[in-house]
Structures are given as C-alpha cells and as structure tokens.
Design a protein around this ligand. Sequence first.
Ligand code: PEP
Ligand code: MG
Length: 904
Amino acid sequence: MAVKRVYTFGNGEAEGKADMKNLLGGKGANLAEMNLIGVPVPPGFTITTDVCSEYNDLGRDKVLELLKSEIEESITKIEKLTQTNFGDKNNPLLVSVRSGARASMPGMMDTVLNLGLNEDSVAGIAKKSGNERFAWDSYRRFVQMYGDVVLGMKPVSKEEIDPFEKIMEDVKLEKGVDLDTDLDVNDLKELVVLFKEAVKEQTGQGFPESAWEQLWGAILAVFDSWNNDRAILYRRMEGIPDEWGTAVNVQAMVYGNMGDDSATGVAFTRDAGTGENMFNGEYLINAQGEDVVAGIRTPQQITKEGSIRWARLQDILEEDRVMMYPSLEEAMPEVFEELNAVQKKLEMHYKDMQDLEFTVQDKKLWLLQTRNGKRTGAAMVKIAMDLYREGIIDDKLALMRVEANKLDELLHPVFDMKAIGSANELAKGLPASPGAASGQIIFFADEANKYENTILVRIETSPEDLEGMLIAKGILTARGGMTSHAAVVARGMGKCCVSGAGALKIDYKERTLRIGSDIYREGDWISLNGSSGKVYAGQVKTRMPDLDGDFASIMDFASKYTRMSVRTNADTPKDAKVARGFGAEGIGLCRTEHMFFEGERIKTVREMILSSDEEGRRNALAKLLPYQKSDFEGILEAMQGFGVTIRLLDPPLHEFVPHTEAAQQEMAKEMGISLAEVKTKVSDLSEFNPMLGHRGCRLGNTYPEITEMQARAIVEAAIALKKRGVITKPEIMVPLIGTVEEFKMQSDIINKTAKTVFEETGDTIEYMVGTMIEIPRAALTADKVAEFAEFFSFGTNDLTQMTFGYSRDDANKFLPIYIEKGILKNDPFQVLDQTGVGQLVEMGTKKGRSAKPGLKVGICGEHGGEPSSVGFCNSVGMDYVSCSPYRVPIARVAAAQAHILSED
Ligand code: PEP
Ligand code: MG
C-alpha cells in the first residue's frame, strides 16, 4: 500500500484522531479529534511527522514530488468545503500553515497566516468581504510573516526590533496614530509596498505572487523550523528526541480581524500558574492570532471574573474596566457561552487542563487548537488532585499526570512574607508564573550569564530569548498578558515571571529601566514575586515552601503504587532528616570521606596520611575513631527503622592534602614539620590517573587499619545506640571492587573487627557487608562476588566513567559538544546510558541473583534521582534507588510511575 503522507479533516469528519499524535503531531491529532467530537474547526489537512524525517533525509525536491498529488487533492477538498479556489483572484482560498510536533513546543517553530494572498487576490478578498481594510490588513500581515518565516528577515542587530515592526512604528509615528487598528486602508497599502521593498533589499528576492509557490515555501519553512536554534534548545530542555520531527498543518483561514464582530484569543480551562479551577484567557477584538501571544497589544480577559481581577491588579476602577476592557463574556455573550461549553467539553474529553486557541469570525466561533496546557509544578499537582477529587480521573492517573522532574519547582524557596512587608515595591504587572526570584538586571537574553543571578528584563520576549530565559532566575516584561510568549514559556519552565508591567520604560540602547522618575541600570538588583505580579527593589529574603496538602497526597499515591523504595545519599544527620521529611526510606550511600574534612579532623587525617608506617597510621586513626563513631551514631539514629548503607573510605588520599604553597605552609606549621617534607608527601601522593589509582578498596586492602577503624566505629556506634534502645542494622559497603578477592579481603577485616568489638563489649548487633558495583569487571563477575556479598549497590557514576572511558572530572570539555553534534543524546553522567552501561547493570543484577536469589540490589550513582534512569532500575528489578535528599520526591514518583507502566 502506498504510504499516506497527508490526513484531511473538516466538517465533522477526519482521517486522523487523538491517539495518532506520533504521526500527526499534537496539533494535527487534536484538530482531527475535535472534528470527530463536534467542535467547530476550519477544514484542513496535516502532513505527517514522517515527512519531516523524509525531508531531512531525502531533501526538498524529492519530498515535493512525494507530496504533490496528495496535497493537491487535499487542497481540492478544502476548496469544496469552503467553496473557494486556491490561487483564484476573485474568490481565493486562504490558508494558515503551522507546525505541530508530538510534544507541544509553544512558539518554537514557525507559522504563516493568510497564505494565498497576492496583489490580485487581495482585491478579491476586499470585494468578497466588503471590507477593504480587512483585506489589506491581512495582506500586510501575510507579507510580514512570510518575510520573517520563509524568507528569513531578521533585525539587523539585537538592539533593533523586527524590520517590519520598525517600518510599522515609523508609519504610525508619521500618521500620528498609536494603534495598528488606527491605520487606514491607504496606510496599509503603503505598508505592503514598504514591506516588500524591505524584503527585496535584505534578501535580494522578490516577494512570491503565486499561491502554490507560497504554499510550498511555507511547508518547507515549517519543516526547516524543526532545526532552528530555539527548537533544538527547547528539545534539549524538555528531552524531546531530534528524530521525532514536526507535522505541518494547513488549514482554511478564519478571520478574527474582520471587524468588531470578530476576535481571536487563547484560553486555559484552568489556571496554568496556580492550578485553580477557573476558566481564563485573553482575547482581542479585530485581531489575528499572533497579536494576542506576541504581547504587542494588551489583550482583554475572556471572563468577567478575570477582567475584574486584572483591573484590580492594574489599579483600574470598575467603570474604567468596563469601558476599557470588556471581557468576551460581556462583549459577545453568545459567543462566550458557546466557548464556555466547548472548553468544558474538551476538558472532560481529554480529562486534563486544555490550552485552546480560538477565532471568532462575524460572531461565529472556531477552534484552532486544543492541547494539554503547559503548567507550573504547583498547578500540575493541584490540577491532578482536583481532577481526582472531581471524579474525572483515578489515583493512578492522577499520579501519572505528574511530571516527576517538575516537582523540583515546588521545593524552591518562596518570599518570606515578613521581608515582603518591608520591601520597596517598584511596579505591578501580571502574576504570569509564580515563584520568587531576586537577581541583577540584564536586558539581553544572550547575556543571562553575566551575573550569577540575573533577571531578564524585556519589553516583550520572543522565542529567540529561550536560552536566556532558562538561565535567568526570573523574567520581567513591560508588555504582554498571561498568554504571552514570556508567560507561557516561563510557566513551562517553572520560572518566575511577571509580565505586562506597563509602568516599565525600557531603553535597550542605554540599558536602563525607568519606573516613574527612578532609573535602574544593568546590574542593579530587583526581586519579582510571580504569584502577585509585584516587582521590588533589591534582594528580598526567601524561605522554604510548605509541602503538605496536594503534594503530600501525590506522595501517598506514589507510596501506594511503587514497588521499589527510595533511599537517600546523605553524609550528615541534617541531610538524613531532610530526606526523611521527603519520604526517603533509608540511606543508600553515606560517603564517609566527607566526614573527614570537618573541623579538627582533617588535621588527624593528614597526620595519618603523612605517617610513614603502620604504627603512625594507627595512632592517627585512633584519634579519628571517636569522631567517626559519633558521626555514625547521628546518622543511624536519624534513620532509625530504615537501612543505612555506610561506605568505607573511597577517594584517593591526595584529595585530603593541600595543593597551594600557602596552605602547605600552614599544614607544615600545624604538624610541626618542614614545608619540604609536606611537599615531598604531596608529590608522592600525586598520580597520573587518580580516578583509576590508589582509591576505593585498594586503600583498605593496602592499609587494612583504615577499614578496621571504620568498621569498629560503625559497630561501636550501633552498639551504643542499642544501649539507648535504638535498634539499627548498618550495611557496610566496600567501594570500587573489581575482583571478588578484593571484596573478600575487606569483608574479612570487617567481620573480624566486628567480632572483636562484640567480645569487648559483650554485646552484638546485626549488620550486613556488601559492595558497590562500579567497575565493569565487578558487574561481569557479579555471580562470583554475590557468593560473598550480602548486597549490591550500583555506583553508576564510576561505572559510566569506566564503561565509556570518559573521565568524570574532564568530560565537560567535550560532552556539551558531543551533545550538540548529536554524538550523544544526553550527558551519560546525568541520564543512565541504558544501551551500554545499562547492560552491565542488568547483567550484574541477574548474575548476582543467580548466585544469591533475593540479593538486595540498589543504585546510588547520580542516576538514582533521574526519572528515566529510575524507570530502568525498576525494569531490571532493583529493590531501591538512592538519590540526593531534594530529588527524593522526584524519584518516588518516577519509581511508582515506572511500576504502573510495567503492569499495564
Ligand atoms: C558512583 O560511583 O556512582 C558512586 C556513587 O560513588 P562516587 O560518586 O562517590 O564515586
Ligand atoms: Mg564511585
């Protein structure tokens, strides 16, 4: 059967449906679905995402040939439904051409509206609509969009605005008008001429007049936009694979700019910032799509309630509000009723918060898009729980609706209310994306790294600013509403954003921000409260957020559905307590070396290192013992009732000695030896490849007295706790073994030491001895190791280092380039490489359990808190994952989701 590349929809029929997102992209699949459930959608067709891959592989000419007949047939279908003709001069069909990937990538790729207009058909449209101004307004918009998107028009420098906007500003100034809507037909005609001249001048090309040439140009430009810088960056940010590609949606135009009975808008079925169950959105009378999101005109609210809130935020009186900002509910009550019914229907159908685009043409409502709306972490949790409480979804689905990584946003600080009370309020904008941010002002996205904490201040943001938005701590714009690009993208990132703060006067050339008579410059500190829309001078103090209510309920669902447990990597009682608060069930890795650095201890550690014989080392270790014992008591007590894995000393010893001359001098003084002696020792300890050198169990096997001291400290601590009624079962872990003999030698020392302590104290405790699996050889011989080891913990940091042969400490020199060039999809130190390293993990687990059925297996590398890696750990049958305290909630949700998916 011939490959089908184009799927049509219209008039209540569709060749696609909602579950064909992979092939039709989110937008295309939902346009088809909306047709099928009786929502009014202009007719059109979707070119599949597979064609995008074909385009990248085969090139433009081949793809045009493959598509030609299907596109021609599909255009004919639209012509029939709309009773128009594409390219016709009197009764032309005009279309929009939009991108639409599997996952929504708002504003990252390109769109062209009003395609099909030219010098002849503009007159036809004028005649047909009886509205010449509308025809020319549509034409100037088309030339502008096509010029930007297909012909590549760009601002000449970052201080300049879009060349078309600039021409428009000049014409408005010359005519003495403020708004685009105040320009008359002749002004618009003049604009079209000026725009086309600008195109010719910058690109050297004439503007295409043929509708078909325009259509092919736009389709290919949308495919090209899959690979523009911002789309690539967005994919990296969201983990969207490059090979997915975008679909292209071609749809008959409907017009929101046909006069005062026409409008266009964007709406959310619930509040995307807070999650509140409140239909909300923005619209503009007599305007086209981009006007609302680009933030060029300040949009009006859809509901009366929203309009009153907005007026309050802007300090506008009730009468002024009605005059200046009638909501859609007030301005077009019937249309609003219909829209309200549609939004309810769509939310019930998709069982999730929807983000809608609509156009009203001569009082007739059309839906142009519906998708699951981007939302903040807080909104994500509230919406999932509200839908659950409303009986629309069950607890499993509520849990699946949580994007584990996004929970991180909820753990970020919020402003301290007391500090806010005394802060100097500078301005008020819209609470576009909640959160608290303090930083130094910057005006250009590509300078977001200029200071450690920056606030990006823009008149409005554009998708070009994505990278800077990601780096900045917060975003402040002078223009744009709650659905502006800045607001939508910031909410998606969970980044604090205040938009539409009209009192800001921003001068990019001078790099200043004026508010009333005060001037703020680049580098000045300001603070944003994205929940109230307020902007403050200076740095406002923050505090940790409260994590109860809906967050706790989601965590309860996670506990209900998970198979694996989640432990934490913690070296101090304080970290252990934080992790307990987040629901960690035990410690998966306590790195004992971190305890060696505190206070006086480092001196004793150095004394041990400097000793030239065993006796000297034993003397120093005896001094360290009480410290270690009390550390272990603290940590075992903080986690009582749960397993605590304590790892023996791991890093190369040179990490404990100073490397600068000044510090070496100080050390010499402290130890009463000469600088030369210190230098000699430091140079003795230096290794060519310390990560592969004298570290891990190699230390304990060459200096058994270190292992002895640590084992004694652990056992004595557990016995001391037992005396106080605290029962613990420490799990003593040997690092970096490659052969079973290495492990056996260590476990013998541990067991012998424990026996001695039992005899000395006349008491016993239970303990286990196990090992890290972090050297490929250990994974390959895991069956042998498991004969002796009581548990395994995969150290995927070292395992990744040794499997790839990438130094953990040097990989940053090339990894970003590897990722950019597509050699690697992800940083393997962050996201477990399931294909390669994963094989060793899977094999190690299987082999281990073949020798010792029921062997306890976990992971304690950084990957233990990364959702896709946690999913992998679940699939190989691990008992637990262990991660840093603040990632515990993420790992709990990811573990439960993985288990739910594995059972489906
Ligand atoms: C590991 O290698 O994965 C590990 C947890 O140990 P460390 O990071 O301390 O080397
Ligand atoms: Mg390691």
